[in-house]
Design a protein around this ligand. Structure first.
Ligand code: GLC
Length: 539
């Protein structure tokens, strides 16, 4: 178990993201719940993770699966009760697993009492908790559009004003310029810290300083001021882990967010590596491995000593990486392991998204079976723009968020063991083959590969401390890098193709111990399809 009284314990940790709606249902309503998470703690302990990032379980109308909160201090009855939450925190902690809660501080639900009061009365103290502009119903303040489709301004006839909504009309943006609002949020965070929560993931944190009149949504003028205040007022304990979601971040801004002086956050999620293979969200292009390597190299070396990386391949907003950069057919198992090794070999804190450790894949559904508001709006808007339906669907199959949100595949039983009822989103039909029972029974499964990666990170300091040296930067097919400290050196080699290729092995690693590989005899001459190897030298 990690010593979590140490300030930087999270640098040695591995986290696991639970998307509770799809994790485990226990009451047959087809919707995952907190008792389901409690029931699976043994599984997570076996995997070896140190913490759970729990996607939102707050009271919510679920327009955006909980990223629209109507009560920040309440648990949504579909997920359970506050007692269930307290039990989860306690039982997880017994196993050395911290609970990291998702915090949505950029916007609330339009059903939040603050917003209801704000909308009903311009004189309400809550009115200024949101962003309003006067006007007439036919002319919005400007032409900004919302991430999930439609305009970023919604008319409220009650007050005769427009309110700003960066994501959807059901998610009005909070006005961080208002000190009383900020105080409410800090008090709410303390409420959860007092319950034993050990960290937070901050949803779209780079948006909180927005100034819509200038059409600035990311990196507003007071953004870092707000984050520093948040740290001082709400994240008072040095041992809390905080990870901000920042789609706009580059290496330079990341150094501010994750400043080692501790004045802002522990680390951020940045997304550069996830956007290299798309022209825009709905226009995928082939991945250039050379570009991917350049990107990782820049982040690994850029933040060295000046910040801290998060390491992730998947989350609830991204398609499954094995379907994206790997091969989810013939070489599914090999490529899922190879991608895991590539990611976990680097410097930073790894996050595993539920089902990734089973090598779960994307899904293709008829349009009416999707749930995600982003998918539905994108489909409608692109049809209206005249894009052929076939193209739209293939973009959705490649990039839609529901790819990652299908229920967790626990067993080959009905509904993959996720629910005894009707699942809220269809289970991927490949559950009969890809499921946790099968994985736990097979010593060569993707699950045990992740388990080994987690154990290696704990056993060898080079994973946490080593520098990063990219090899063969121009190679289009293989990703190889060295991690090194004064005492240890680690070589990670990954074949990103279905071809057999020559190995990459600098002289000093010849004959070195192979810590991990994804083929039975990992020290072969060549690199087989999607083969990965980790070689290790103690100096
Ligand atoms: C973040 C969440 C995403 C959500 C959005 C709006 O990007 O990860 O799921 O829809 O913020 O809250």
């Amino acid at each position: 178990m990690l010593d979590k009284t140490k300030k930087d314990w999270w640098k040695s940790a591995v986290f696991y993201q639970v998307y509770p709606k799809s994790f485990q249902d226990t009451d047959g309503d087809g919707f995952g719940d907190l008792r389901g998470v409690i029931g699976r703690l043994d599984y997570l302990e076996k995997l070896g993770v140190d913490g759970i990032w729990l996607s939102p379980v707050y009271a919510s109308p679920q327009k955006d699966n909980g990223y629209d909160i109507s009560d920040y201090r309440g648990v949504d009855p579909r997920f359970g009760t506050m007692e269930d939450m307290e039990e989860l925190i306690a039982r997880a902690r017994e196993r050395g697993i911290s609970i990291i809660m998702d915090l949505v501080l950029n916007h609330s639900s339009d059903r939040h009492p603050w917003f209801l009061a704000a909308k009903a009365d311009r004189e309400s103290p809550c009115h200024d908790y949101y962003i309003w502009r006067d006007g007439t119903p036919d002319t919005p303040p400007n032409d900004m559009t919302a991430t999930f489709g439609g305009p970023a301004w919604t008319w409220a006839p009650e007050t005769g004003q427009w309110y700003f909504n960066m994501f959807s009309p059901w998610q009005p943006d909070l006005n961080w310029e208002n000190p009383a609002l900020r105080r409410e949020l800090y008090d709410m965070i303390r409420f959860w810290v007092d319950k034993g929560v050990e960290g937070f993931r901050l949803d779209v944190i780079d948006n909180i300083g927005k100034t819509p009149d200038e059409k600035i949504t990311f990196n507003g003028p007071h953004l870092h001021e707000y984050i520093r205040e948040l740290r001082r007022e709400a994240f008072r304990e040095d041992t809390l882990v905080t990870v901000g979601e920042a789609w706009s971040a580059d290496v330079e801004t990341a150094k501010r967010y994750a400043n080692p002086d501790g004045s802002e956050l522990s680390m951020i999620f940045q997304f550069e590596h996830t956007t290299l293979d798309q022209k825009s969200k709905w226009e995928p292009i082939p991945l250039s491995l050379v570009k991917l390597k350049e990107c990782y190299d820049r982040w690994q070396n850029g933040l060295r000593g000046e910040g801290w990386n998060s390491l992730f391949l998947n989350n609830h907003d991204l398609p499954r990486t094995v379907s994206r950069w790997g091969d989810d057919g013939k070489y599914r198992v090999e490529s899922a392991k190879m991608l895991a090794a590539m990611c976990h070999g680097m410097q930073g804190t790894p996050y595993i998204y539920q089902g990734e450790e089973l090598g779960m894949t994307n899904i293709r559904l008829p349009i009416e079976q999707y749930d995600d508001l982003e998918i539905k709006n994108a489909y409608r808007e692109q049809l209206e723009q005249g894009r052929p339906e076939e193209d739209i669907l293939s973009a959705i199959y490649a990039r839609g968020r529901d790819n990652a949100r299908t229920p967790m595949q626990w067993s080959a039983g009905p509904n993959a063991g996720f629910t005894t009822g009707e699942p809220w989103l269809p289970v991927n039909p490949n559950y009969t083959e890809i499921n946790a029972v099968a994985a736990l029974a097979d010593p060569d499964s993707v699950f045990y590969f992740y388990q080994k990666l987690i154990a290696l990170r704990k056993a060898y300091p080079v994973f946490r401390d080593g520098d990063f040296q990219l090899l063969e930067a121009e190679d289009e097919q293989r990703f190889a890098y060295v991690r090194e400290t004064e005492r240890e050196a680690l070589l990670v080699v990954c074949n990103f193709t279905a071809e057999t290729l020559p190995d990459v092995c600098p002289e000093r690693f010849r004959g070195a111990e192979v810590l991990l590989g994804n083929y039975p005899d990992p020290a072969g001459e060549d690199l087989r399809p999607y083969e990965t190897r980790m070689r290790y030298v103690k100096k």
